[in-house]
Design a protein around this ligand. Structure first.
Ligand code: DLZ
Length: 156
């Protein structure tokens, strides 16, 4: 059984304008995720001048900033990034659910696709594997953004 996501078609991102929101909480992990997203977008031809990144304190603030970017009408797609790690409570699950719902609401209200790149993990090791290790969630989020930006252009 393959654990990899399905192979995707190559998309030329040269004309896309992508907004990114990234939480500062768990900075080393989110920073690595952000680097992987940006590297994959750049490899697909997305120009540096067409990338805008807003940083916010934590994942809870991500939907607000995603709404600002999506509502500006300047972007073909918005990528939302954060890392929520479990502790003594289920705070990470609660925030993860509310962020996920809020990001979907932003996408449907603005008509701009929003990629949910807010990782929710039970342990630091799981988060590391997905941000800096062998599971390249950053590349997956970037590929999803390219696909959705292309769809956005096709359907606008
Ligand atoms: C407070 C908090 C905690 C405990 N854990 C995380 C986390 O694992 N990941 C994350 O992105 N943010 C966390 N935060 C911060 C909240 O998301 C938010 O920034 C604060 O509650 C202020 O609204």
């Amino acid at each position: 059984m393959s654990l990899s996501p399905p192979t995707r078609q190559t998309i030329n991102g040269a004309k896309f304008r992508i907004g990114i929101v990234a939480a500062c909480f768990n900075e080393a992990l989110v920073g690595a995720l952000l680097e992987r997203v940006e590297a994959t977008l750049a490899a697909a031809g997305v120009k540096d001048k067409n990338l805008t990144c807003l940083r916010v304190p934590g994942s809870h603030e991500v939907p607000w900033a995603a709404d600002r970017l999506a509502g500006s009408g300047r972007f073909d797609c918005v990528v939302a990034l954060g890392v929520l790690i479990g502790g003594d409570t289920n705070h990470h699950e609660m925030v993860g659910q509310s962020v996920s719902h809020a990001l979907q609401r932003v996408a449907l209200a603005t008509g701009v696709p929003v990629i949910n790149g807010v990782l929710v993990t039970d342990t630091l090791a799981q988060a590391r594997a997905r941000c800096t290790g062998r599971i390249n969630r950053g590349a997956e989020f970037a590929h999803a953004a390219l696909e959705m930006a292309a769809l956005q252009r096709q359907t606008s």
